[in-house]
Ligand binder design. Structure first.
Ligand code: SF4
Length: 397
């Protein structure tokens, strides 16, 4: 049995692939890309059908962060010309959220820059959650406020939050190269605090920061162990004015292989295509819908996405459907163990895989070595957000 058949069988049984199998997915050639997508698509359809969950970001507080996450346009010392503003009023946040819900979003993700919230910040966000829940019946709310202190997850849950997001972002081994002001262990601790409080955990990664295939597999395996309900996959948006501005490491094909690997390792979890999809997948975005079951509608925290209507058209044209408010996202066996419901980041492959036992997807035991595609720097596609929350202009939804 070749690699992809093995991975489909394991995905349908929710069985963990081996590290070698996950690495082999990342090492497949462009000639095998459609086979990889089709295989991971079978796993996606088994657990999520053809549904696509839409999520909507509201940036409650933008920029001026004291932390130094290298990928982030809001970091300490960032020269990126992003919108900078302090806490949105609950009514303004609720108005922005309502635009996302009207556009079809089922979940609103409330994000604030900073190391973590003070207790006063939690009070403020609690009022915002209450306002959003009151004005948008049935909407799921996820908070993403950074590192949590004792008791804050409980208070957010009591205010009506359904979920908490805190991404691992990259492997434990490389975390110190990306951020120095907090640790990987701090991040794991916050995800676990959210889970302990009965919040649905959302935790994911950022690909394209110069990491190796091994690092990507490490972080995805760590996420599987942490067992969040949703796993956002971000592709680095290399903002001018940040330390990673020159890291253009992704091709659309590479991005699809990464998404397929995440689906095989986390088969029954909400895999969400997050920041960077327009920049790195570009015209290949519809293929990603065969791998992920969730995307963000409209704009991101500090950058603009494609028009909300283009997201909806893409979903319909690719033969998928927007998940309705009355539908449970997660498969029954997972939904049962989630207290609330079931979300975000503030933000080369040689030919054949080494999975042992031959060369399944490549169709030849001695493939010609293939030069990896050289990714293009598409700075023309990075557009700083100038509308929606924190501005007088209507949001994109
Ligand atoms: S990711 Fe969050 S904590 Fe890190 S610099 Fe950006 S806003 Fe600050």
């Amino acid at each position: 049995m070749d690699l992809l058949n093995t991975l489909v069988d394991k995905g349908l049984r929710r069985e963990l692939p081996t590290r070698e199998e996950a690495l082999a997915v990342l090492a497949t050639s462009d000639d095998d890309l459609l086979d990889v997508v089709a295989a991971a698509g079978k796993v996606r359809r088994q657990w999520f059908g053809r549904r696509v969950k839409l999520n909507y970001l509201v940036n409650l507080k933008s920029g001026l962060c004291p932390e130094d996450c290298s990928y982030c346009s809001q970091r300490l010392g960032s020269k990126a010309e992003i919108l900078k503003y302090t806490w949105l009023k609950p009514e303004d946040a609720s108005k922005a959220a309502a635009a996302g819900v009207a556009g079809g979003a089922k979940r609103v993700c409330l994000v604030a820059s900073g190391r973590g919230p003070t207790d006063r910040d939690v009070d403020r966000v609690s009022k915002t959650i209450e306002a959003i829940k009151e004005q948008n019946e049935g909407v799921e709310v996820c908070a993403c406020l950074g590192l949590l202190s004792e008791g804050q997850a409980d208070r957010l849950r009591d205010a009506g939050a359904d979920a908490y997001n805190h991404n691992l972002n990259t492997s434990e081994g490389t975390y110190g190269e990306i951020t120095t002001t907090h640790t990987y262990a701090d991040r794991v601790d916050t995800v676990q605090q959210a889970q302990a409080a009965g919040l649905s955990a959302c935790s994911g990664l950022i690909a394209g920061m110069g990491e190796s295939d091994e690092d990507l597999v490490d972080v995805v395996f760590a996420l599987r162990e942490l067992d969040p309900d949703s796993v956002p996959v971000n592709f680095l948006i290399p903002f001018e004015g940040t330390p990673l501005a020159k890291e253009w490491n992704l091709t659309p094909q590479r991005a699809l292989r990464i998404l397929a690997m995440v689906r095989f390792v986390c088969p029954d979890v909400e895999v969400r295509l997050a920041g960077g999809r327009e920049v790195h997948l570009r015209t290949m975005q519809p293929l990603a819908l065969h791998l992920v079951n969730s995307i963000f509608l409209g704009d991101y925290l500090t950058s603009e996405g494609q028009a909300g209507q283009a997201d909806l058209d893409m979903i319909a044209d690719a033969g998928f459907e927007v998940e309705g408010a009355g539908t449970t996202t997660l498969p029954e066996h997972r939904a049962d163990v989630v207290a609330g419901c079931g979300s975000h980041t503030a933000q080369d492959a040689p030919g054949c895989g080494s999975h042992g036992g031959g060369c399944g997807p490549c169709g030849s035991s001695e493939p010609e070595p293939e030069a990896p595609a050289v990714p293009e720097a598409r700075t023309d596609l990075v557009s700083v957000r100038r509308r929606g929350a924190g501005t007088d202009l209507a949001p994109n939804a």
